[in-house]
Ligand binder design. Sequence first.
Ligand code: ZN
Ligand code: MN
Length: 469
Amino acid sequence: MTNTNNKEHSTKYQLICGMEVHAELKTASKMFCGCKNDPFHAPGPNTYTCPVCLGMPGGLPVANKIAVEWTIKLGLALNCKINLFSKFDRKHYFYPDLPKGYQISQYDLPFCYDGYLETSFGKVRIRRIHLEEDTAKLIHGEVNGQKASLIDFNRSSVPLVEVVTEADVSSPKMAKEYSKKLREIMRYLDIADCDMEQGGMRLEANVSLLETSNFKNQSSKGQVNRLELKEDQLPKYKVELKNINSFRFLEAAVNYEIDRQVSLLDQGETPAQETRGYDSVRGETFSQRSKESAEDYRYFPDPDLPPLHFTKAQIASWQKDLPELPDAIRARFISEYDLPIKVTEQLTTTQKEVKWIEEVFVVAQRLNIQPATIAQAIINKKITTTVEMEPLQVVEAYKQSTATESVDTDQLETVIRKVASENPDAVEKLKSGQQQLIGFFMGQIMRSLGKKIDPLQVKTELLKIITQL
Ligand code: ZN
Ligand code: MN
């Protein structure tokens, strides 16, 4: 595997990358029929099916209201505007996992548009979020010794949201952070499991490179401000890296693709407009097919599904229902509990964890223990905890871990003098100002005493005696 991670790419080119992420919503039933939406736990293939999701002629789809509501909530969480009038369209293409010959999707009036997600590398603008249906799953195997492709329709017509960004992603790491934050938001909203291995969340990156030497106003690193670029200044080609099922592979695939495109461009060639997959074993992207354009899909409004109208009041009430989101929680933890940012990030990975740790903080504060101290103890594994533990139990465990036994000053002095006489060199070094030897002495003294006593008491006594020696 080529290791292209973490290296600086040529400053002659700048990555121009947009993301398209699909995620399956975890509604109880499928998108356009009443079948159970649980493809990963079905008792067997083709158990959760009906004429609608099998694509039989005459099956009439009915839109899942919850899936629509969740898509709009995701849009609101990503600062999107909402189309008050929207509709479903048919997107035509042929493939065995799509027996209708079209996928029900949304074309020109997606539910959500014009939003953004903030990352540590900068803002990623969200172009649109639409709702569509997933396809059936093809299984390539063997039947009676013959190679065969089998179709499992349990996944057919599972609600699928697609989040499309502007090409604001400027590094492989930024692509990874964006995707992780998107998954986190969907999990906080409790609308999708985003299990990457099962295909519950699928990542796609559209990668091209901009030659920056032609531009004025470059930054010190030779980068051009993406927001100042006009559409016709963007690269004339786009390579779609499709169906990536891990954040790590995403970063590696974009890295690989940058190298591949740099060498083509350096030879005066333009990379072909195509779809590429990522081979995680070889660590390479590979060509799959050249890309269809929107015209090829013959989009038109689905005549079986009435258009949808929303009122401003409805959108406002969904906005009000949104839970507190990760970025807001982290900002609040930092200001309210005085937590360092790294600690905050580690204790807010799920909503359940946030609720739990905040209860721990409240109990701790009542007992005059700083939240930051107990948070550090949890992260540094000074105490073993799970989110199932009662908050009071956690605080008790913390108190026990810091409890010290008392020792009388005479006994302590005797031990310190004994340890000092056994280590004359170390005493000299400490006296000459080598502070790092304090730790060495503390360890020796504690071991001699055979109990855990207040380290501050030991240190004070130690320095008092040593300076007298
Ligand atoms: Zn069905
Ligand atoms: Mn799609």
